[in-house]
Write a protein that binds this ligand. Sequence first.
Ligand SMILES: Cc1cc2nc3c(=O)[nH]c(=O)nc-3n(C[C@H](O)[C@H](O)[C@H](O)COP(=O)(O)OP(=O)(O)OC[C@H]3O[C@@H](n4cnc5c(N)ncnc54)[C@H](O)[C@@H]3O)c2cc1C
Ligand SMILES: *[C@@H]1O[C@H](CO)[C@@H](O)[C@H](O)[C@H]1NC(C)=O
Ligand SMILES: *[C@@H]1O[C@H](CO)[C@@H](O)[C@H](O)[C@H]1NC(C)=O
Ligand SMILES: *[C@@H]1O[C@H](CO)[C@@H](O)[C@H](O)[C@H]1NC(C)=O
Ligand SMILES: *[C@@H]1O[C@H](CO)[C@@H](O)[C@H](O)[C@H]1NC(C)=O
Ligand SMILES: *[C@@H]1O[C@H](CO)[C@@H](O)[C@H](O)[C@H]1NC(C)=O
Ligand SMILES: *[C@@H]1O[C@H](CO)[C@@H](O)[C@H](O)[C@H]1NC(C)=O
Ligand SMILES: *[C@@H]1O[C@H](CO)[C@@H](O)[C@H](O)[C@H]1NC(C)=O
Ligand SMILES: *[C@@H]1O[C@H](CO)[C@@H](O)[C@H](O)[C@H]1NC(C)=O
Ligand SMILES: *[C@@H]1O[C@H](CO)[C@@H](O)[C@H](O)[C@H]1NC(C)=O
Ligand SMILES: *[C@@H]1O[C@H](CO)[C@@H](O)[C@H](O)[C@H]1NC(C)=O
Ligand SMILES: *[C@@H]1O[C@H](CO)[C@@H](O)[C@H](O)[C@H]1NC(C)=O
Ligand SMILES: *[C@@H]1O[C@H](CO)[C@@H](O)[C@H](O)[C@H]1NC(C)=O
Length: 641
Amino acid sequence: MFSHSVRAALLLSALSSSSLGALLQSADDAADQLTSTHYDYIIVGAGAAGGALANRLTEDGSTKVLLIEAGSSDYNNTNIEVPWLAPVLTHSQFDWNYTTTPQEGLDNRSIAYARGKVLGGSTSINYMIYTRAAQDDWNRFASVTGDDGWNWSNILSYAKKLEAFQNSPNVQNATSKFVANIHGTNGPVGAGLPQVSLPIDQIGLNAQQELSSEFKYNQDVNSGNMIGFSWTPFAIQDGARSNSARDYIQPALGRSNLDVLVNTQVTKVLQTGTDGNTPIVNAVQFTSGPNEKLYNLTANKEVILSAGSIGTPQILLLSGIGPADQAKSLGIQSIVDLPDVGQNMQDHPLLTTNFQVSSNDTLDNLSLNTTFQAEQLALWTNNRTGDFTLGACNQWAWQRLADDDPIFKNVSDPSAGPTSPHFQLIFSDLFIAFSGGAFPSGHFLTLISNLYTPTTRGSLTLNSTDPFTYPIINPGLLNDENGFDIYTMRQALKAGRRFLAANAWKDWIISEFGESANATSDADIDAYIRKNALVVNHVSGTVAMGKSGDSSKGAGALNPDLSVKGVKGLRVVDASAFPHIPAAHTMVPTYILAERAADLIKNSNSTASGSKSGSGNGAFTPSATLVSVFAPLVALVALLL
Ligand SMILES: Cc1cc2nc3c(=O)[nH]c(=O)nc-3n(C[C@H](O)[C@H](O)[C@H](O)COP(=O)(O)OP(=O)(O)OC[C@H]3O[C@@H](n4cnc5c(N)ncnc54)[C@H](O)[C@@H]3O)c2cc1C
Ligand SMILES: *[C@@H]1O[C@H](CO)[C@@H](O)[C@H](O)[C@H]1NC(C)=O
Ligand SMILES: *[C@@H]1O[C@H](CO)[C@@H](O)[C@H](O)[C@H]1NC(C)=O
Ligand SMILES: *[C@@H]1O[C@H](CO)[C@@H](O)[C@H](O)[C@H]1NC(C)=O
Ligand SMILES: *[C@@H]1O[C@H](CO)[C@@H](O)[C@H](O)[C@H]1NC(C)=O
Ligand SMILES: *[C@@H]1O[C@H](CO)[C@@H](O)[C@H](O)[C@H]1NC(C)=O
Ligand SMILES: *[C@@H]1O[C@H](CO)[C@@H](O)[C@H](O)[C@H]1NC(C)=O
Ligand SMILES: *[C@@H]1O[C@H](CO)[C@@H](O)[C@H](O)[C@H]1NC(C)=O
Ligand SMILES: *[C@@H]1O[C@H](CO)[C@@H](O)[C@H](O)[C@H]1NC(C)=O
Ligand SMILES: *[C@@H]1O[C@H](CO)[C@@H](O)[C@H](O)[C@H]1NC(C)=O
Ligand SMILES: *[C@@H]1O[C@H](CO)[C@@H](O)[C@H](O)[C@H]1NC(C)=O
Ligand SMILES: *[C@@H]1O[C@H](CO)[C@@H](O)[C@H](O)[C@H]1NC(C)=O
Ligand SMILES: *[C@@H]1O[C@H](CO)[C@@H](O)[C@H](O)[C@H]1NC(C)=O
């Protein structure tokens, strides 16, 4: 069944020795090698979680691992490496280009839903913001699952273990911007503070001091308490993007016990036998593309799904692991009835508003002034310094509604606790509009106000049994019946406007700009939000963990050790496992989850293998509309390549 055409594929040049692991570019070319190797673990998806797991599980030289990724191995692409170019990665070859169903809470708009498709997954296309989430979020995971191992005190050791926090000499006044002893410096994942100081930094600090009763200074957003105004850490190291490909996968490729197969999509997981009455599901089916050959491969121990909050539930549903009624209606043979697979989807709604400023010293110059742009680009290329090392902001505030806010008369507080925010305010030194459209020329500050405790839950369902037809993605944004989500979005915008109305800004900000400027009444603000809100791209929760055993609706699809309920030999390790979306950017929480999962897997005694078995095919139907953020940067890509 496997072809004999093993061209020496495009192995990494350093990997010609048979004692090293391999980067395999094609399932067809590598078929012989794959079937003649006995893999203990097959990991599906090389994103935040899959990369971390592949590295940690191969630390033991006797454990053989195969990592399978649908995207390419091109994580060294310049657009991925240069932090400032993050916006051009959305709707690029590295984005799956999903779209949502029409969102009733967003005036029935369907919005673009980015996900990374390349080694590193979404960590290769994201905005690199580095947050661990608050201690209350982790402690809630411990109580929801009944497993203390998910609590903050246990998790903090993993948060430090994975981190290489860099105190760059370029960061001015660094000691007041983070707390050194809560960070790790020897881990794989590079992180640090912005290297370039902006004129608005001092103004922002002054505004915080002026309004300090509402906006407390928080010296480190990653201390376990996120609340207040703070400096923004990024997964940026020596001026370049850190991602799971560069930090976890590349270093492990030197090991003989790791093979990485790219350009290959897993279409389902397969039952290989039973243990008593329990199905053993420790095999995968994969292919190079629609209408290409399908291969089956069984793991000695486990298959681990790390395909992310879209890919993982899609694979499970295609395999008959999910709501049995849905499987039946599509003619899929059900392996186990798990009603929570694909349910419980959450994301963070995002809103931008722009303010015209009087200064001409803003990051808008990177697109307005081509001489300046070329100078900064040269700094990055020659020295990994300058404005191209920056992320979207240097400062932000994470805020809570007051405990006695009137909304809590009708709605119980969805937040995990007092260290965890309801909303986030980002202050960016240029014009940003994630929806694209015409970009005004001039100098701006952008306020991005985002909801971090959504009460709504959406879903992912199959549209077709064809693995290449995109699933139906409905995050249910702002579709809350209790009114909490739209209310808190409105309060966030109002809080951002209060911050920017501080005296400290009076010589900088002229006025709010464009359509939002007229939105002053509550009704007009809500209309502006529904017409314009997008997402921060943190989709979570679609295969949530819960207490052990009980697989009824709402009890979770995973046990606390991330094994799939009702089967053996199968685990899910990625952002779909979060029972509540963390009130933070989700990359670092996913790294932390994977770091602990690696220990759980190492300490467990996994199942025996079963037999091998394949089928299913169809047409690829991408659907997308072009969205760009920093419009003039699209032209810049040409400059770099
Ligand atoms: C545009 C954008 C901006 C973001 N900004 C930030 C930020 O600034 N900070 C932050 O903390 N978080 C950010 N995030 C979110 C963060 O990147 C994700 O939460 C995190 O990467 C999730 O990790 P994961 O392992 O669950 O999935 P991913 O990292 O998405 O990895 C999943 C991998 O599985 C692969 N895959 C999927 N299906 C299959 C299949 N069938 N077969 C084989 N492979 C498959 C995918 O190609 C991908 O490589 C952003 C995300 C996006 C998209
Ligand atoms: C990426 O770049 C690193 C460092 O230059 C190199 O070692 C590695 O082989 C490259 N990886 C790929 C897949 O090109
Ligand atoms: C996503 O869309 C862009 C723009 O249309 C396209 O260039 C890219 O190839 C698409 N990505 C994938 C993975 O198909
Ligand atoms: C959105 O669509 C639904 C269902 O088609 C409809 O009932 C509703 O009125 C629409 N809402 C808006 C704001 O158009
Ligand atoms: C957190 O979990 C660890 C064990 O994993 C336990 O020792 C500790 O007491 C727990 N701490 C709290 C605050 O619950
Ligand atoms: C530097 O830190 C001090 C407190 O240690 C603070 O008062 C001052 O405003 C900071 N300045 C900048 C530019 O960060
Ligand atoms: C910025 O504005 C100042 C005063 O308003 C002016 O003197 C200066 O030339 C401007 N600089 C640039 C780079 O446009
Ligand atoms: C453009 O940038 C160059 C180099 O930094 C600077 O000398 C020049 O004054 C800028 N021009 C304008 C119009 O801002
Ligand atoms: C290169 O960066 C270093 C700091 O990392 C800085 O000291 C040096 O001046 C820079 N060199 C150039 C040519 O910009
Ligand atoms: C389901 O697939 C069909 C055919 O590909 C497509 O026309 C339709 O829009 C899809 N439905 C959803 C909700 O994505
Ligand atoms: C805001 O309202 C004023 C007065 O009604 C109007 O002249 C202006 O065009 C509006 N601006 C925008 C951006 O809608
Ligand atoms: C694994 O097996 C060992 C010895 O067979 C046993 O002592 C241990 O309790 C088992 N661990 C788990 C998690 O089942
Ligand atoms: C792969 O597994 C499926 C499902 O068990 C089976 O129908 C198919 O025949 C197998 N394909 C091969 C090539 O073994």
